[in-house]
Ligand binder design. Structure first.
Ligand code: FES
Length: 82
């Protein structure tokens, strides 16, 4: 558990995840952080393929990996975790 209150979000920007949904998820996450005033307290980064493409699109929040992240479940993942 973080003592600083800072969450870390990693989004896979490898070609498989990116083309299968993370291009849209990237925008949705940015918008969510912006709308909820969270930009300053979240460390949001992209990373390259983590070789779990078959389970993608993949994002990771505070060491928890989420697989099959889509436009329909991204908001509930963010709301539950942040
Ligand atoms: S492209 Fe995301 S895990 Fe491979």
């Amino acid at each position: 558990m973080s003592t600083t209150g800072t969450h870390k979000i990693l989004i896979c920007l490898g070609s498989s995840c990116y083309s299968r949904g993370n291009a849209d998820n990237l925008t949705l996450i940015k918008d969510y952080l912006d709308e909820n005033g969270l930009d300053a307290s979240i460390d949001f980064r992209g990373h390259l393929c983590s070789e779990t493409c078959n389970k993608g699109p993949v994002i990771e929040i505070d060491e928890t990996e989420y697989e099959g992240v889509t436009q329909s479940n991204i908001h509930s993942i963010l709301a539950n975790h942040l």
